[in-house]
Design a protein around this ligand. Structure first.
Ligand code: GLV
Ligand code: MG
Length: 349
């Protein structure tokens, strides 16, 4: 495969555009909260919402009716102009690259609020060519509108072709922030036989062995395990962040929590929240467990230079578990910086 030289990779793609980031900005992004910006009442709450979530995202794509596409775009711009989001991320999900709205989404939003926008979420990404197109266009627009820092790209992994090309997507540009699993579109693209948005399915299971006439237990499996694992590896290898996407059954908080937790345990940084009730779930799940943090702190303390082997509470620790502990403590410190209650519980005051 022909690729750019390392030096070129970090050059701005347009004269006057900001240079790409070498490292991703360090930010807590436990939940990406979706706001429908064409609905004035919900848009008006964005300032309040920003105090409660890590990322506010104005959604322009699916779930916005065709006749409201322009209103959603204008509403997002108004929402961005009307609020100071502080440390909270401001993202938008634009329409897909083959839609009639996307060019105006990109040009009008970057022109009006490019300096406030942290990340553009790009749906239905199929390969690195989609990232290259947006990368180039963003550089041109950043240059034209004097945008001071690069706007990052977050891909949604929601087509079979995208999953096939996930590694090339993850490494397509230094503008890549990360990606999210989109279980609804992905299910459709793969002809999976489920109408659910994320989560398990009672029929996707393994049966226990037969034992005479006794009823056989069935153990439900995780339909998304393979894809989340593939996405986490592609993202971790590329130094970008993986996320679980939407969980559609708002009435089933326990299943939402279980799906989010599986993603967290496998390496995801956060998930989408589509309903206010999911914010607290994501906050709880994507902040490390204070008891685990306390144990991780013990490991770091017992191995100050990160090498050797020690026993703690009967469990073997070595250089590798020191690294595991550091992942946990680094995340805990990020959460603690924003949340004094968590800091106290995790022993990080
Ligand atoms: C999200 O966009 C999905 O299709 O699940
Ligand atoms: Mg989708």
């Amino acid at each position: 495969m022909v690729t750019k030289t390392p030096r070129k990779f970090f050059e701005a793609l347009a004269a006057g555009a900001p240079a790409p980031f070498r490292d991703l900005p360090v930010r807590l992004e436990r939940m990406i909260h979706f706001v429908p910006p064409h609905i004035e009442k919900l848009r008006a709450r964005a300032g309040e919402l920003a105090k409660d979530v890590d990322v506010v995202l104005g959604n322009l794509e699916d779930a916005v009716p065709v006749e409201a596409k322009e209103a959603a775009r204008a509403g997002f711009i108004a929402m961005a102009q009307a609020n100071d989001f502080g440390a909270t991320g401001l993202w938008t999900r634009i329409n897909s690259l083959n839609s009639p709205w996307v060019l105006d989404d990109i040009t009008q939003i970057v022109g009006a609020v490019g300096d406030k926008l942290d990340v553009i979420m790009l749906p239905k990404v199929e390969g690195p060519w989609d990232i290259h197109y947006l990368d180039q266009l963003l550089a041109q627009l950043e240059a034209r509108h004097n945008v001071g820092k690069p706007i990052l790209i977050h891909a949604i992994l929601e087509t079979a072709e995208g999953v096939k090309n996930v590694e090339a997507i993850a490494t397509a540009s230094p503008r890549m922030h990360g990606m999210s699993l989109g279980p609804a579109d992905l299910a459709a693209s793969r002809a999976m036989k489920t109408t659910r948005v994320g989560g398990g399915h009672p029929e996707y299971k393994v049966l226990a062995d037969a034992a005479g006439d006794a009823p056989r237990a069935g153990y439900q499996q995780d339909l998304w395990h393979y894809t989340v694992a593939k996405m986490v590896d592609a993202c971790a290898a590329a130094g970008i962040k993986p996320f679980y996407g939407p969980f559609g059954d708002f009435s089933d908080a326990a299943a939402c929590e279980a799906q989010f937790r599986n993603a967290f345990l496998m390496g995801c940084a956060g998930a989408w929240t589509l309903h206010p009730s999911q914010i607290a779930i994501a906050k709880r799940v994507f902040s490390p467990d204070p008891a685990e943090v306390a144990f991780a702190l013990k490991i770091l303390k017992a191995m100050p230079n990160g090498t050797g082997a020690v026993m703690i509470d009967g469990k073997m620790q070595d250089d590798a578990t020191w690294k595991q502990a550091k992942v946990m403590v680094d995340l805990a410190r990020q959460v603690a910086a924003q949340d004094p209650e968590f800091a106290a519980k995790a022993g990080l005051l």
